[in-house]
Design a protein around this ligand. Structure first.
Ligand SMILES: Nc1ncnc2c1ncn2[C@@H]1O[C@H](COP(=O)(O)OP(=O)(O)OP(=O)(O)O)[C@@H](O)[C@H]1O
Ligand SMILES: [Mg+2]
Length: 297
């Protein structure tokens, strides 16, 4: 449904997309991750025909991106992009019209979205008077008004409270079960782990690691991690090195990369001659893959 091949984009002499390449199959949820400024939003703007690429192939459902492909795509931009002076209902009706919905389908669709998003209380509320999280919900409802086959969400849960985030995850899962193809960016790695069938980690305008979570885990040269606190780091690292164990610092915490799974007792015994104040064993997660992939550049 989405194909981006060798996509390039520069603003003046600043290269923002540098051979970006990824595809999203029908019904798949693809997560685009990457640090601030990696080029995620720029890529989305190109996919939505809001910005032209300098070079490369960008296709939606087999057609090069153009005005017509906009009807296949629903987008929730990073910044709230609905009319704040209008009510929530007026926004949905307006965008329904923009996307060519006729009456009575348009009103029926808006009523359905009001139900799905629990917006009953807010239909008459001016968007500017709603909280940021509720505005975001309305923005997502608006993106779905024309029942698009592809939904693009740029940091959909930024600024949402915990409950609203969980609700949105459930909503995304229900869209997944309806076969909607989803492209989403997020800085919440737990969100990507839960929702995405495949993940692309972007840096400096291109994908530096890609795959399912299991495939990505293999990029970390460890079967298990041991987060260790010690008063004598030098001795610990010397011991680890003599065992052939590499190490990293994830979020400032010294972490040993273990070549196989260990029981806690085994690790404690192995590090017996080193002053260690705490050890905790952890599975390799997306957080570690992300650090590995973005550190390589
Ligand atoms: N219209 C523009 N003119 C000039 N530079 C731009 C423009 N839009 C984006 N950029 C630059 O392109 C780079 C990538 O920006 P982009 O918004 O795509 O990053 P991002 O991955 O979405 O980051 P974030 O995680 O912060 O949302 C940044 O350095 C940004 O300053
Ligand atoms: Mg962005």
């Amino acid at each position: 449904m989405i194909e981006v091949r060798d996509c390039r984009k520069a603003f003046a002499d600043r290269v923002v997309l540098d051979g970006l390449q990824f595809t999203v199959a029908r019904g798949e949820t693809y997560g685009l991750l990457g640090p601030n400024g990696a080029g995620k939003t720029t890529a989305i703007s190109i996919l939505c025909n809001l910005l032209d690429a300098d070079d490369g192939v960008v296709m939606i459902n087999g057609s090069p991106v153009c005005e017509a492909t906009k009807f296949t795509v629903g987008v929730v931009p990073q910044e709230i992009s609905i009319y704040k002076d209008l009510t929530c209902r007026e926004n949905m009706l307006f965008f329904g019209k923009v996307y060519g919905l006729r009456e009575p389908e348009r009103t029926e669709r808006v009523n359905e979205l009001v139900r799905i998003f629990h917006l009953e209380e807010y239909t008459r509320a001016q968007v500017s008077k709603m909280s940021g999280g509720w505005q975001r919900r309305v923005n997502i409802a608006v993106a779905l008004v024309h029942s698009p086959a592809v939904l693009i969400l740029d940091e959909p849960t930024a600024g949402l409270d915990v409950e609203a985030r969980y609700e949105l995850w459930e909503l995304i899962e229900s869209l997944q079960s309806q076969g909607v193809t989803i492209l989403l960016t997020t800085h919440h790695l737990d969100e990507a782990e839960r929702l995405c069938s495949r993940i692309g980690i972007m840096q400096n305008g291109r994908i530096v690691a890609e795959g399912t979570l299991d495939e990505l885990r293999k990029l970390v040269p460890a079967r298990q991690l041991a987060v260790v606190e010690t008063g004598d780091e030098e001795s610990l690292l010397k011991r680890a090195s003599s065992l052939g164990w590499d190490h990293r610092r994830y979020g400032g915490k010294l972490t040993l990369l273990l070549p196989r799974e260990f029981a806690l007792r085994e690790i404690i015994e192995t590090l017996d001659d080193v002053p260690v104040t705490s050890i905790s064993l952890r599975e390799v997660g997306l957080e570690h893959v992300y650090m590995e992939a973005t550190a390589q550049e």
